[in-house]
Design a protein around this ligand. Structure first.
Ligand SMILES: *[C@@H]1O[C@H](CO)[C@@H](O)[C@H](O)[C@H]1NC(C)=O
Ligand SMILES: *[C@@H]1O[C@H](CO)[C@@H](O)[C@H](O)[C@H]1NC(C)=O
Ligand SMILES: *[C@@H]1O[C@H](CO)[C@@H](O)[C@H](O)[C@H]1NC(C)=O
Ligand SMILES: *[C@@H]1O[C@H](CO)[C@@H](O)[C@H](O)[C@H]1NC(C)=O
Ligand SMILES: *[C@@H]1O[C@H](CO)[C@@H](O)[C@H](O)[C@H]1NC(C)=O
Ligand SMILES: *[C@@H]1O[C@H](CO)[C@@H](O)[C@H](O)[C@H]1NC(C)=O
Ligand SMILES: *[C@@H]1O[C@H](CO)[C@@H](O)[C@H](O)[C@H]1NC(C)=O
Ligand SMILES: *[C@@H]1O[C@H](CO)[C@@H](O)[C@H](O)[C@H]1NC(C)=O
Ligand SMILES: *[C@@H]1O[C@H](CO)[C@@H](O)[C@H](O)[C@H]1NC(C)=O
Ligand SMILES: *[C@@H]1O[C@H](CO)[C@@H](O)[C@H](O)[C@H]1NC(C)=O
Ligand SMILES: *[C@@H]1O[C@H](CO)[C@@H](O)[C@H](O)[C@H]1NC(C)=O
Ligand SMILES: *[C@@H]1O[C@H](CO)[C@@H](O)[C@H](O)[C@H]1NC(C)=O
Ligand SMILES: [Cu+2]
Length: 570
């Protein structure tokens, strides 16, 4: 079991049926302290939709245990791999503790362990931890909750209770087998069999009613829902029947509060919302539902996950009417645009938005799908007998077989990566217009090198080569500011005039609009090797990823420290 200064609740087993386990105790934690967790990775039989399968879990739990800390704390998470496979756990922010496979570390081999050691600085809110190799994230994930420092309150009324709600995708089959088969054939992978709320698919699926997340509320009280999208391949709309959501935080950064009936959350993103329970017992129960927002042409899981919001009643009430929540159409880009435009940093003196006002390096990256040729002798199931591929500036990232950060630190990068990732596309084309004749992408292990403290502006332009599509791009190591977005091809002469340099949303994952572009800014003040990838796992598998190398600064505290002695070896 995890050793911890904050005694997390104990779990009976993998079958998490009760929402009680997901209510945070009113935490009275100290701060600036070291918190120890131990994650034992084991194979475990788990049953959903009447299918039992053996899958990787942490401490026998699905979803995995939550980590609770305060801003300023150090976390020491010892991950022990008892399973026959190799694993990684990615967390945030500090060089050797980041975790993506073959970027900052080699996999943790069977029987081995690794301690993730990092402090939490400048973030408070909800994040999540998850495995970062192949499609293991489908079962190995859990909430990471960062409370504000002791003497600092929320910039909104203190909620009565806080409830993590983590969305996932359930596959009756083996997700890692599904993606490796798809990569062999070149076609699209099988889609999931259900979405889940806290691991539970809910009553709208066959053989699933007993696996329903229930949130019990008291009339008149306000609840903070910590929403996390850990689904592999789908952005999700989420709504609760007859209840308005007030968005207060995104990706562990406070936002200007606004009300909405529905939120959009991409894989990799987190969103905290307040829900005020009705003042009196309403004689009704309410669905909370999530289903995808989809812009691409491929097949996808178009099903809906439901949980139930119930009011605590002094007397037993049976057969209450159940109200259904209304979600936007699956392809509602108009809703998505309106929603993302409402997200603004809180930008107060206490929680400022430190947007870089000047830019030292500009980058323009095209983002999207393409093809790679079928090997001779093979028949491929991608477009026109090719294989699906995906790229950034037409480079599909080729996975190295050693970790890039180690190669860099020990001066052994020769033959592992090249520091020449293109700053711009090699040639202009109508990115969002008719597709070019040649849809093939190139490939390589290329990275971008940034001197310490470079202020960067990156415009990411979706392409319509295989159809326009929204891509949630995630940057490791930094938060960035979303200074602008629009549809069609980015216009470098006119679009920057409309950039918001005052209170843009600050986050770590942003949806590149379908058939459009997004501009972000960040300050490269964290030395290390930082992965950037689409958080739709299938696109990452196809190569929609690259990495930034941020060099050391001059001062001692601006340098990457040597790796810990237990860093896994390839
Ligand atoms: C999972 O179930 C299978 C088949 O019933 C059984 O052989 C196996 O021992 C179980 N594994 C675990 C870890 O319980
Ligand atoms: C964690 O990292 C800090 C700072 O580098 C170091 O002082 C400490 O010894 C490390 N702790 C463990 C258990 O590795
Ligand atoms: C909170 O406490 C810390 C030390 O414990 C102090 O440095 C800081 O100024 C305090 N902040 C506020 C807002 O009181
Ligand atoms: C819930 O919303 C529906 C549709 O707007 C409305 O007809 C119904 O009266 C509401 N019920 C409650 C209990 O608020
Ligand atoms: C709920 O039911 C109780 C008892 O049946 C009734 O007294 C009350 O008026 C009802 N409330 C509403 C809002 O319908
Ligand atoms: C979901 O997809 C299935 C299979 O393509 C289709 O039959 C069904 O109508 C779709 N459902 C929705 C709600 O779009
Ligand atoms: C969304 O899908 C509906 C139904 O398939 C279709 O009629 C509509 O044109 C689509 N809207 C957009 C913006 O693609
Ligand atoms: C988005 O906002 C525009 C302009 O305010 C409005 O016309 C449109 O109906 C909104 N779309 C949705 C889906 O709410
Ligand atoms: C293609 O087929 C030939 C003849 O069957 C075989 O010799 C060759 O190894 C195959 N090439 C590949 C890449 O599989
Ligand atoms: C596939 O071939 C058809 C007909 O030759 C062409 O119209 C289409 O653009 C091709 N698609 C791709 C992805 O190359
Ligand atoms: C693409 O193919 C079309 C039709 O085959 C041809 O007319 C056009 O010149 C080609 N464009 C380029 C850039 O090769
Ligand atoms: C990568 O590019 C090389 C040519 O540079 C090509 O031979 C190889 O097939 C490509 N690999 C993939 C997976 O596309
Ligand atoms: Cu993508």
């Amino acid at each position: 079991m995890g050793i911890s200064t904050l005694s997390p609740p104990t779990f009976a087993g993998v079958f998490i049926l009760s929402m009680i386990l997901y209510l945070l105790p009113s935490p009275t934690l100290a701060e600036g302290i070291t918190r120890h967790y131990k994650f034992d990775i084991k194979l475990q039989n788990v049953t959903r939709l009447c299918h039992t399968k053996s899958m990787a879990t942490v401490n026998g739990k699905f979803p995995g245990p939550r980590i609770v800390a305060r801003e300023g704390d150090r976390l020491l998470i010892k991950v022990v791999n008892h399973s026959p496979k190799q694993y990684h756990h990615p967390l945030l922010q500090t060089g050797w503790a980041d975790g993506p496979a073959y970027i900052t570390q080699c996999p943790i081999q069977t029987g081995q362990s690794y301690v993730y050691n990092f402090t939490i600085v400048g973030q408070r809110g909800t994040l999540f931890w998850h495995a970062h190799i192949s499609w293991l994230r489908s079962t190995v994930y859990g909430p990471l909750i960062i409370l504000p420092k002791h003497n600092i309150s929320y910039p909104f009324d203190k909620p009565y209770k806080e409830v993590p709600i983590i969305f996932g995708e359930w596959f009756n089959g083996d997700p890692e087998g599904i993606i490796s088969q798809a990569l062999r054939t070149g076609g699209g992978p099988n889609v999931s069999d259900a979405y889940t709320i806290n691991g539970l698919p809910g009553p709208l699926y066959n053989c699933s009613a007993k696996d329903t997340f229930e949130l019990k509320v008291k009339p008149g009280k306000t609840y903070l829902l910590r929403l996390i999208n850990a689904a592999l391949n789908d952005e999700l709309f989420f709504s609760i029947a007859n209840h308005t959501l007030t968005v207060v935080e995104a990706d562990a950064i406070y936002v200007k509060p606004f009300e909405t009936e529905t939120i959009l959350i991409t894989p990799g993103q987190t969103t905290n919302v307040l829900v005020k329970a009705k003042p009196h017992f309403p004689n009704a129960t309410f669905f909370m539902t999530a289903r995808p927002y989809v812009t691409g042409l491929g097949t996808f899981d178009n099903s809906t996950v439901a949980g139930i919001l119930e009011y605590e009643s002094p007397v037993s009430m049976k057969n209450l009417p159940l109200f259904k929540s209304i979600l936007p159409p699956l392809n509602d880009t108009s809703f998505t645009t309106n929603f993302t435009n409402k997200l603004r940093s809180l930008a107060t003196p206490q929680f400022p938005a430190n947007v870089p006002q000047t830019v030292e390096k500009h980058f323009f990256f095209t983002i999207g799908l393409g093809t790679s040729p079928c090997q001779q002798n093979q028949t491929c199931q991608g477009p026109n007998g090719t294989k699906f591929a995906a790229s950034v500036n037409n480079v599909s990232f080729a996975q190295p077989n050693t970790a890039l950060l180690q190669a860099h630190f020990f001066g052994q990068s020769n033959g592992v990566y090249s520091p020449d990732f293109p700053i711009n596309p090699t040639h202009w084309f109508d990115y969002t217009g008719n597709p070019p004749n040649n849809t093939n992408v190139s490939n390589g292990t290329k990275i971008t090198v940034l001197p310490f403290n470079t202020s960067v502006e990156l415009v990411m332009q979706d392409t319509s080569i295989l159809g326009a599509e929204n891509h949630p791009l995630h940057l490791h190591g930094f938060n960035f500011f979303v200074v602008g977005q629009g549809f069609g091809n980015y216009d470098p002469n006119n679009d920057p005039k409309n950039f918001n340099l005052v209170d843009p949303i600050e986050r770590n994952t942003v949806g590149v609009p379908s058939g459009g572009w997004v501009a972000i800014r960040f300050l490269a003040d964290n030395p290390g090797l930082w992965f950037m990838h689409c958080h739709l796992e299938v696109h990452t598998s196809w190569g929609l990823k690259m990495a930034w190398l941020v060099l050391d600064g001059k001062l001692p505290n601006q340098k990457l420290l040597p790796p810990p002695s237990d860093l896994p070896k390839c």
